[in-house]
Ligand binder design. Structure first.
Ligand SMILES: O=C(O)CCC(=O)C(=O)O
Length: 335
């Protein structure tokens, strides 16, 4: 049975959250903005032909001319770039989030319980996969580590931000015209089929003018975004693997949440025509060594090499949420 959506009250956000979170009955998706099916009236296609960035291929992205970018009538400053990644690109980033980013010195939610140097290696240490430990990973933080208690970043709680992720964010932010954006902190969220993320705003960064870039991989999600108060009626947007959501300007400080993970309708990381290895070319990158990186991306074309990552992502969603912390003229925090 589908539930009806006639909700009028102060805390519209919470009511909508509960509606979409429900399993019994399942919520109706009729009012969810789903860009892959058609271009709904709530959004505007703002894709324009701009000169490509020579780094796109190396980072697993299609040419800028193939990117489809949308803005939202109700949410000024919100952008959705509908999966600009190739299949090989999706595999690369999924693998990074599983194999590299949860490794020390990065922090994870498991740290309060026990020290694990390398989570991915640990869960595959024995012949049988450690499913319990696999499920335990809910987040890892990169660069300036988010402090979940104080919500204050500090210099002592900082590691080098992954260079390839900084390069990816640089390409995306240049594309949108945020030419000074610097990726300095990230939260990688790991969701299982029943996971949710409750309503919150992201306001810990000193620089709230810089956009927030959010990458989704694996299973799909209903993403809710409202206004700066919880009374504002939120919109529900379906996020699929490869989608990039950008919260800037007015949207940067708005309440948002993930009430539901949904089974993806396809697996864009397994599009076999798009698993073509990239050739050696001399790309001018800002942060990374392109030769090493070409090997890193190409090895994922091999299905055997990629199978363990595939099993994970068939039942999970990964979200990489990237922020600039400092003001443009700052290179460190005072604390
Ligand atoms: O998973 C998502 O799409 C959103 C994550 C998020 O809002 C956060 O990490 O602050």
């Amino acid at each position: 049975m589908k539930r009806n959506l006639d909700i009028k009250s102060e805390d519209n956000f919470m009511k909508r959250f509960k509606y979409y979170k429900s399993n019994k009955p399942e919520p109706s998706l009729d009012k969810v903005v789903r860009i892959q099916y058609n271009v709904p009236i709530e959004v505007n296609n703002i894709s324009n032909i701009i000169e490509d960035d020579s780094r796109t291929k190396l980072l697993g992205l299609r040419n800028f001319t193939d990117w489809k970018t949308y803005t939202f009538n109700k949410h000024s400053g919100l952008f959705l770039i509908a999966n600009p990644f190739t299949s090989l690109g999706q595999r690369l980033w999924i693998r990074k989030c599983l194999e590299d980013y949860p490794r020390k010195p990065n922090k994870t939610n498991i740290d309060i319980e026990k020290h694990i140097e390398d989570w991915w290696r640990e869960i595959h240490k024995n012949d049988e996969l450690d499913r319990k430990l696999q499920k335990k990973l809910r987040w890892t933080t990169l660069g300036y580590h988010h402090n979940w208690d104080t919500k204050v970043y500090c210099e002592k709680n900082r590691n080098v931000f992954p260079l390839e992720l900084a390069e990816l964010c640089d390409v995306v932010s240049q594309y949108l015209g945020y030419i000074h954006f610097k990726a300095q902190a990230a939260i990688v969220n790991y969701y299982h089929m029943g996971s949710t993320l409750s309503a919150h705003t992201d306001h810990s960064e000193v620089n709230l003018e810089a956009p927030l870039l959010s990458f989704s991989f694996g299973q799909s999600a209903i993403f809710l975004i409202g206004g700066q108060e919880k009374s504002y009626e939120p919109s529900a947007i379906l996020l699929n693997s490869g989608d990039i959501l950008v919260m800037s300007k007015e949207a940067r400080l708005c309440y948002h949440a993930v009430p539901k993970i949904l089974q993806a309708s396809n697996q864009p990381w397994n599009n076999y025509e798009e698993l073509i290895q990239i050739a050696d070319n001399d790309v001018k990158t800002k942060y990374i060594n392109d030769e090493t990186f070409i090997n890193e991306i190409n090895r994922n074309a091999d299905n055997k090499e990629w199978s363990q990552f595939s099993s994970y992502v068939e039942k999970s969603r990964i979200n990489v949420n990237v922020r600039q912390v400092l003001m443009e003229n700052q290179d460190r925090l005072d604390n």
